[in-house]
Design a protein around this ligand. Sequence first.
Ligand SMILES: Cc1ncc(COP(=O)(O)O)c(C=O)c1O
Length: 498
Amino acid sequence: MPDDAGTNRGKSQVGPDARSAEILARLKSMRQQDAPTHGGRVLSYVYDPGSDILDELAGKAMELARPLNGLDPTTFPSIAQMEKELTRFAIGLTGGRVGRIFGSVTSGGTESCLLAVKTARDLWRSAHPDSTLRPRLLTSTTVHAAFQKAAKAFDLDWDPVPVGPDGRVRARDVLGRLGDDVALVVLSAPAYPTGAIDPIAEVARRTRERGIALHVDACFGGLALPWWGTDEQWDFSIPGVTSISADFHKFGYAPKGVSVLMHRGRKRHRAQFFATSSWPAYPVVNPTLLGSKSASPLAAAWAIVSYLGQEGYAEAVASCRKSTEAIIAAVDGIDGLQVWGRPTGPALALIADTSVPTARRVDPHRLADAAVAAGFRLQHQPGFTQSDGTRLPRSVHLTITPVTETVLPELLTTVSQAADRVRGRRPHNASLAGRLARMLYPSPKRPGPGVCAMLLRLSGAGSGVPGKMAGLMALIEALPAPVTEALLTELLARTSED
Ligand SMILES: Cc1ncc(COP(=O)(O)O)c(C=O)c1O
């Protein structure tokens, strides 16, 4: 905010229109530093259908809904109506039937995941009133980090099941860890790091027999897999699936702030709600973590769904699939690089091909840094040691959206040329900062903000500058998780600190 913000309102030399124009001009100028949200060059975070009409429609719907408060759909029934229609659409896509499956709109994937866990924990507690066990959240290692957040927030023990070298969890490994303390099993459709769909049907058969809840996190794939044309089962057509999350602000193409969490049966759905009349003001009842909230993302999602319908989404997914297949085929032809495992849907990860000698291998993080020169942002994923000691490779993630097709030839050339440029170069190692941090923190103790800032400066990773992420990733790989987490906290906190 400029130092004079708000101070010259009313006594300004310039009129209100000019003042507004100045403010907006400043915002526009700040926005120029942002990564491009349109055009297909950023292959994560943004889901661009490549349509000005949809952008405009979403903007207008948001503006119409802007003054509303999503806190109370009885005061603002348009919210209830939009939520009903959006939820109905999502239920239809995920193999459910209205009247059997019930859902609520949330502010995004993380909120849906948090609520899925909280709901299951509450139901588990009421089913085990005398249990001395702590509730356990059993997931594959590749489920989204939002589930770790949920386990922390709602006090469950998180139990991640290691995945195989292909990035897929084995059903038998999940089943081998079922127990009376498991409040919820979570699998993904697909998992963000690998793009692989977990063996949901196999696990669901057994969890159903044992009365254990099973959540399918389809935040990423829920609005793409229905049209992808896969034999892999993942939705409510599997009787043991008790809840599903699906994000409209990903492959639904809505602006950020809208996801749906669906439950099998009214009882589960109602367990998601918080209601109280035990305070001296308006009775509070809502199915979400937030209270007052914007209805604008809901209105935008509703408008986009009304516009696209099944047909529009099918077309968008066909484009994503075409691009995904072209990328997989192109990577197959690049020496030293490979697609990780067998992805299903519009996400994939690239890893070094360790079956060739090191001199021919392509380090994915060096590849991603090299691609920045051509304006493409691929997302670095650090290598990771699982709970059983097995190591998952470092990789780069690509989210494929309809607009990817418009830059496809350029993207394929960029990946191929970047691979040529970095082939045989050793992966970054953790640099001086990493060695120093390991010396200072041999035990996984959390360093304070000052030390973190020094380590970040030393590593040259503090800026988060595109094209220089490999160094930061190497640091993350080298350090114990608590040290890394403190560094990342510092990195982000300082971005908005004076
Ligand atoms: C599978 C999956 N689940 C959950 C999330 C979290 O969603 P959000 O970023 O909307 O909170 C993501 C985000 O990428 C995801 O891919």
